[in-house]
Design a protein. Structure first.
Lengths: 161, 428
């Protein structure tokens, strides 16, 4: 993401005086690869009138913020005890096999990134995963794979349309 | 005791319906705010004091006292913050309040802000709660248009500007001082207390921080009266508690129970007990930072005093059941992994303690540990409990300590075993 794009997002959303974390989240959300690039760090530091060190310090602390490019869709597998006991392992295995990647990686086609997450607050329907902003619960390995295949299909159709 | 099954007490959790502004008002919603605005703040604070309401986020601090501490501060530029960073594993009560009883929460925030003399409010909602954030954003807009938020609320001259601040995936930010650092743009690391947030909070101004469930109790107490509220629960703990039930039980979900009910009743009556043919081996009360107790302990009543005596932390009110097919070490391993990830690294007991305890539990699981390792685990746990800078390290220590206390044999059993093949996969 270029310096100009970061500048544009910050002004469009009226975040000139917003708290640093909210700026980081907004810029990441608008970034096509859902991450904070080095250029973005520099520009955010300039706009917030803080050091780049401060921006890195904050950005690197939070699990939600990534300093490396992610896929178009972000899949997060809940890994706390209620989901663990309800079958997190099988879900994760099925998802990893379907995507051919492990936790912390992105598929070669750039469609999916896989991460683990701490408690989604969906223990009443564990095992749960979150894809982008949506939580999917009471999952089976087949169900999780079906959701991913559907999303891949939609992604490809949109790109060719 | 016969408890009304998920009855409509303080929270209408049985309804499972979104209570919009019109519906909320038709049920008497915002009548408490109206009354509060018409009487002296001291009178309302006195009512809350009489109700005995205590913080539901885990620390159980008397709510009225906290409001007074902010109110009495000479600095008049004050903040009110709703802590909606619900990250305690096994807990989903605040999610329900935010998405279903949204206006009850907003009314509670508004009343507490008025009583504390704060005109700026922040709802700190965890990033994973995207849907609750959207519901709240729309509700704030609606309440503002109805004159229930924003400038000159209900013509009283009192104003409250409420904003949503999204977290970014840090469990520790639920700790109030870490939450403040997070809003101020820094790493979500805890600060030394005192000064407490009520003295020097956000941007060093007096700040009232309360949990979602606590704030949502306030309008109901002021609407239905102190007598009504005190009739719920016991003489030690008034009112009700939201319990997030999960794990190896027949019915998972959110329930509201009056204080005084036993944990066994909660699990049997509301959760339907263990699954067919299975029995309960352990219950984790209070989330990852809570304790792991054997079934014999379940006759303890849900009550601050009785629980403190029994060494049970009510915490967020998460009740997670493990049946006889589960391994205690698996559960403990999951928790140390969680804490290791969430530890901010500021203090040595927590940072290094968790690293070492996690390594020892690994050794136990792959069968290479000795009984001396279990002793070492106990020493490190003790150090974490006593020397950690903030509640995260202390809680991690407490949760390990309870499992070592009740299930030491299981730890030692793992030592005895010869290297058996392990197919457990690592979580990155």
């Amino acid at each position: 993401m270029s310096t100009a794009e970061v500048y544009e997002i910050v002004h469009r959303l009226g975040l000139e005086k917003a708290p640093l974390l909210q700026v980081l989240l907004a810029v990441q959300e608008a970034s096509p690869h859902k991450y904070i690039s080095e250029e973005a760090v520099n520009e955010i530091a300039r706009l917030q009138k803080v050091s780049r060190c401060r921006v890195y310090s904050t950005a690197s602390f939070y699990s939600e913020i990534s300093l490396k490019p992610r896929g178009f869709h972000l899949i997060r597998v809940c890994s706390n005890a209620p989901c663990e006991n309800a079958g997190r392992g099988e879900i994760q295995k099925a998802v990893q096999e379907e995507l051919g990647i492990s936790i912390g990686e992105t598929t070669q086609d750039g469609i999916f990134s896989l991460e683990s997450v701490n408690c989604l607050g969906a223990c009443y329907k564990s095992p749960a995963i979150k894809i982008d902003h949506e939580v999917y619960g009471d999952l089976t390995p087949e169900g999780a794979v079906a959701i991913i295949r559907r999303m891949r299909e939609v992604f490809k159709n949109e790109r060719t349309a | 005791m016969s408890a009304p099954l998920n009855g409509n007490l303080v929270f209408n959790v049985a309804g499972k319906e979104y209570v919009g502004l019109d519906l909320y008002r038709s049920r008497g919603g915002y009548s408490a705010l109206q009354r509060v605005l018409q009487q002296s703040p001291e009178a309302s604070i006195e009512e809350l004091k009489q109700s005995g309401l205590r913080g539901r986020g885990g620390a159980a601090f008397p709510t009225a006292k906290k409001i007074e501490m902010v109110r009495d501060n000479a600095e008049t530029d004050r903040y009110v913050i709703c802590n909606a960073d619900e990250g305690e594993p096994g807990t989903f009560k605040d999610r329900y309040i935010m998405t279903h009883l949204t206006f009850q929460l907003l009314e509670g925030i508004t009343i507490s802000a008025y009583l504390a003399g704060a005109s700026k409010g922040i709802l700190y909602v965890r990033h994973e709660y995207w849907e609750p954030q959207n519901v709240l954003r729309a509700a704030i807009q609606e309440a503002t248009e109805a004159g229930l938020l924003g400038d000159n609320i209900l013509g009283s001259g009192f104003s409250l500007h409420l904003e949503i601040f999204s977290g970014a995936g840090s469990y520790l930010c639920g700790e109030e001082t870490a939450l403040l650092s997070s809003i101020e743009g820094r790493k979500g690391r805890p600060r030394l207390k005192p000064p407490y947030p009520t003295q020097q909070g956000l941007w060093d101004k007096p700040t009232l921080i309360n949990n979602v469930e606590t704030l949502s109790n306030i309008p109901m107490i002021l609407k239905n009266g102190v007598e009504w509220y005190r009739s719920l629960g016991t003489s030690d703990s008034h009112g009700t508690k939201l319990i997030s039930l999960s794990g190896d039980i027949q019915k998972r979900g959110l329930v509201e129970v009056p204080f005084g009910i036993t944990f066994r009743e909660i699990i049997e009556t509301y959760g339907g007990g263990a699954k067919p043919g299975r029995s309960i081996k352990a219950v984790n009360i209070g989330g990852a930072s809570g304790v792991l107790v054997p079934p014999e302990m379940l006759d303890t009543p849900l009550e601050y005093g009785a629980c403190a005596k029994a060494g049970i932390t009510i915490g967020s009110g998460a009740v997670f059941v493990l049946d006889d097919t589960r391994s205690i070490l698996d559960n403990v391993h999951n928790r140390t992994r969680f804490f290791l990830h969430e530890s901010c690294g500021k203090c040595t007991p927590c940072r290094e303690g968790l690293r070492q305890t996690h390594a020892i539990i690994h050794k136990l699981m792959d069968g290479s540990a000795t009984p001396q390792d279990v002793d070492r685990l106990e020493r490190y746990t003790d150090a974490m409990q006593h020397a950690s800078f903030c509640g995260l390290g202390t809680a991690a220590g407490n949760s390990l300590s309870s499992s070592l206390h009740y299930y030491r044999d299981e730890y030692l059993d793992h030592c005895a075993k010869e290297n058996e093949s392990s197919d457990r996969e690592e979580i990155a």
